[in-house]
Design a protein around this ligand. Structure first.
Ligand SMILES: Cc1cc2nc3c(=O)[nH]c(=O)nc-3n(C[C@H](O)[C@H](O)[C@H](O)COP(=O)(O)O)c2cc1C
Length: 386
């Protein structure tokens, strides 16, 4: 039976991933902070965006490609940074980097991934973005930037929305530490997930590889206090300016939710802003990221690149974000649901699902490019609930 018949939507991949990942891994992937209200808020925000269908406009031929930050990409969406990606599925970073190079979509490697820049930079070809959690020590920062550059990453993502650790109550309930300290309970969960266990036995238990290369005598760590947090700064605009001066290439500011921050980022020389509430993992009080997108777009003007993430599950969601001002859309969890469901074949199938759904919805709106979606917004949305 074809994959389309068995897993027609991301929700099908998510359900299968749930049955193939150990519980503590699943809890890490899906968790948010507090009551996790931001997750349904992101979903509700996207659902409120209604788009006018067009009739009697003849045939269109959707073209999903575009130039993003100086490079040709095949679709208006990519793979966002996910810490400990290799915990969700064995070898996830290498699988996703190879997939992105082959299919021409950006692959963003996290500072706290299970693979170091040197491990996957070559695999990502010219699709490699590196995400920085700002280290306190400028020497470490410079060394990380040099390593990322030398490994072939050309675009730097500066994540600004983690000034400190958040409480992830769900992860605490699952007794998860990062990197995982294996308990009898976890071993029992692993025993029920043979494909994951076998892959991990081959790949080795994931570690925070890049961060650990800078940890000398890091003291004991709690569930939210791993070495990544110990090394990290709560950055300010001066810190960002130093990073801009040290990176030879585009820098994108991730975690922007306020129009004034977007306008200032542009003025400071940031190449693009990335509207995100970190999938609800940092601050339960934050608005749905889709709800702030129009104000951010208005603040930076029509030509400046805006990237978006937060709860995207379909091609229609991608179109909704583009209609409200995004040039490009990222998914974080979705790619990992695909890996959990189908292993290395997962990302290709998710790409197929998203591409088909996006093109089908563009035909309903009679547009050839996602950039045209804004002009067809039409049916206005009720005010947000936040
Ligand atoms: C398990 C997990 C780990 C993440 N780790 C990082 C990270 O290391 N750096 C970062 O900038 N964002 C990180 N994020 C946030 C994602 O990049 C993204 O902003 C968020 O997941 C929203 O997208 P989604 O709703 O498609 O998952 C992480 C998200 C998840 C789910």
């Amino acid at each position: 039976m074809s994959l389309d018949l068995r897993y027609p939507a991301l929700s099908d991949l998510k359900a299968r991933a749930r049955s193939r990942m150990p519980d503590f891994v699943w809890e890490y992937l899906v968790s948010a902070t507090g009551t996790e209200a931001v997750v349904p808020r992101n979903r509700a925000g996207l659902d409120r965006v209604l788009l006018s269908p067009a009739i009697l406009e003849g045939a269109v031929a959707p073209d999903l490609g575009q130039t993003l930050l100086g490079r040709e990409v095949s679709v208006p969406f990519g793979v966002g940074p996910v810490g400990m990606s290799g915990l969700m599925w064995p070898g996830a970073e290498a699988i996703l980097a190879r997939f992105c190079a082959a299919q021409r979509l950006p692959y963003c490697l996290s500072t706290v991934a299970a693979a170091a820049p040197e491990d996957v930079g070559g695999l990502a070809g010219d699709m490699g973005w590196f995400q920085l959690y700002p280290p306190k020590d400028p020497g470490i920062r410079r060394d990380i930037l040099r390593r990322a550059r030398d490994a072939g990453f050309h675009t730097l993502i500066f994540t600004a929305d983690v000034p400190g650790p958040s409480r992830r109550e769900r992860q605490l309930r699952a007794q998860l530490t990062i990197p995982p300290r294996v308990t009898a309970r976890m071993l029992a969960q692993v025993a029920q997930r043979p494909a994951w266990a076998l892959g991990m036995a081959r790949a080795g238990m994931p570690r925070l590889k890049l961060m650990e290369s800078y940890a000398q005598a890091s003291g004991p760590t709690g569930s939210t206090g791993h070495v990544g947090y110990q090394l990290r700064a709560a950055p300010d605009w001066a810190y960002l300016a130093e990073t801009l001066a040290e990176w030879d290439g585009p820098v994108v500011l991730k975690g922007v939710l306020r129009a004034q921050d977007a306008a200032r980022a542009r003025a400071e020389g940031v190449a693009a802003v990335w509207v995100s509430n970190h999938g609800g993992r940092q601050f339960e009080g934050s608005p749905a990221s889709i709800d702030v997108l129009p104000a951010v777009r208005a603040a930076v003007g029509p030509e400046y690149p805006v990237i978006f993430d937060g709860g995207v599950e379909s091609g229609l969601d991608i179109l909704r974000a583009c209609a409200l001002g995004a040039d490009f859309v990222m998914l974080g969890r979705g790619w990992h649901y695909a890996l959990g469901a189908l292993g290395a074949a997962g990302p290709d199938h998710l790409l197929h699902i998203l591409r088909e759904d996006l093109a089908a919805n563009m035909v309903q709106m009679a547009i050839n490019r996602v950039a045209e979606a804004g002009r067809r917004l039409g049916l206005q949305t009720p005010p947000p609930d936040v």
